[in-house]
Design a protein around this ligand. Sequence first.
Ligand code: ATP
Ligand code: MG
Length: 724
Amino acid sequence: EGEASNDYLRGLNPEQREAVETTEGPVLVLAGAGTGKTRVLTTRLAHILATGRAKPWEMLAVTFTNKAAREMRERITHLIGPSAEGLRWLGTFHSIAAQILRRHAELVGLKSSFTILDTDDQERVLKQLLEAANIDTKRWTPKSLSGLIDHWKNRGWTPDKLPPGEDFANGKGQGLYAAYQARLRSLNACDFGDLLLHNITILSQHADLAEEYRRRFRYILVDEYQDTNVAQYLWLRLLTASTGNVCCVGDDDQSIYGWRGAEVDNILRFERDFPGAKIVKLERNYRSTSHILGAASGLIAANRDRLGKTLWTEDDSGDKVRVRGVWDGEAEARLIADEIETARRPHAGEPGLKYKDMAILVRASFQMRAFEERLVMLAIPYTVIGGPRFFERAEIRDAHAYLRLILSEDDDLAFERIVNVPKRGIGDTSVQKILQLARQHDLSALTAVRGLINTDELQARTRTALSNFVRDIDRWRQLSETTPHWQVMETVLEESGYTDMQKADRTSGQTRLENLKELTQSMQQFETLQAYLEHVSLVMDLERATSDDPNGDGAVQIMTLHGAKGLEFPLVFLPGWEEGVFPSQRSIDEKGEKGLEEERRLAYVGVTRAKQDARISFAANRLVYGRWTSQLPSRFVDELPIAHVDPQSDTGYYGASSGMKEAKSRWDDAPSFGSGYSSPGWKRAQSFTAAQTPAKLPARKAVIEGDGRLIATADPKSSSGWKK
Ligand code: ATP
Ligand code: MG
């Protein structure tokens, strides 16, 4: 048979090969970062096809992102040629579930032409339902209900299966949820969570159908298994026969979606559900140098809640992980941009890196702004993965629209954008009417409104709303004559209700507020509002200009740590390793020790993205609410084993080593600062010391061993070893 042309198997190590060739029965590959889990999955798929065990359409392969699915398809095509084209069931959980649902939509009361609602539509529907039920939508917002319903769906709970205690608006949770589902049905629509939930309903109620799928999917493969949530797990179970040929790969140390309901327990459950499952461990890391691996392993060893594993590498080349303390956020951006340029230059006979070989991985998207601006200034091409660039974000555009309208009565585009954001009860029809009348009389929209509010062209309620709006704009305009523009921005966001609107959004409100905070801070560098807005247009324009790529150099990749899962880059920058930023204060406040461990796993994911070079940085100062605050280096910096770290203290900046020591001593003293010392940074530091943080982290042991060689020992006292 096809074994003759099994070139694709060559180069695999024995354990990898075993995972690839054990095609029958359940297989769980549980292994650390960069050990070739995804490669095993891809090769396994190719192997099953090449040996004729199944046709492409009989394989179900689940990846975490669409990008990962595309890459896997490409790699398989590369391995075995065009027969990979028939892989119809290779995709994300959502994309595959949508395909299945289209075929059986009528079983859950939908037509196969159903639409998938986005969050805006979803909230509009919920708002109507809340109003119909006479519920105060200020107190019980559509946004928070939509977040809650998502959460329920991720757990696989239909309205009738909602456990007691899960509720909204004092006893109305279940009713609202049921009404929402009914309403979606009448709209011939479903939301994202429904894709899986409807699948689960269909497959569990129609045994014959489920059986048909179980027969069809002769081989099932799942990447990033540690991040599956309950609904995804149930769905997989329904599609997998108990003797099924299912192969899941994952790494408990990289579980970073706890807030989305992902459960590491799924990994443990696998062994229970599939007795006799083959468990394959991969221990050799092919991605990173020993310093990178040593640093990452030392870090993750501080987590208590882990299955534990061995990792080793043969790659002894490369530098230690650089850790650098800088003065502030701008200095950090300058430093990284400079290092990007340096890395591009040929060095010691080695060719330089291309832009696309480098990535900046941030904890939160607000951190991107400083880097984007710096790169734009130096005409270094970059792309923001998994989201719009900073100035293209909806909330930033909204904020700018307010400023533009304050600055210029004539800015109709700005008017249109924000006249009803947040919602003021000025409907689309009214807005269209205003714009039309304005055009007829050759006036700007805002000027037209000034006249209209004194006529009865519009409904009384709309007129009131509009006159309030005009009054607000005028007040802010006046304020802007006497007040620094960034303070005007803050006032506008507060008084317009924009901030409250975001606060009510449980899904992405927090992120948007952080971006807005970053915005007001960056405004402070400019003398006038005019100058600031000009700068923004310039940056946006330069971004367009730098987007072509004559040398095939690609672009520096900027993304969040969450978005970087599964990826790898020769050079990785990890900025903002400061307490409160990373680990994020919010995670710790909300989830305590569990939250901290998840943050640490995220740090582990970050460091292990690097192949040759990882560079961590932290700033000693950040502008928070217009006030400089001292930042403490992240405890994760301290947890990196010194043997693998190069603290760059000879830079003339606020160097890592002195910074660490100073921060340490201040840290120890923090509670005694008492009152008087009011900067938020310090308050945070104090609450850390006082409440959530275990004073001493658990002792760390030697962590990496391979081929009898000790690659790293993590010493709990390494923090004192910052002297070289
Ligand atoms: P992560 O946990 O980050 O998702 P992973 O376990 O999925 O990592 P892969 O991305 O599959 O790891 O592999 C990491 C790198 O190592 C890739 O560049 C891959 O091509 C390479 N690699 C894997 N196995 C081998 C091998 N046997 N020989 C050479 N290179 C390998
Ligand atoms: Mg992978």
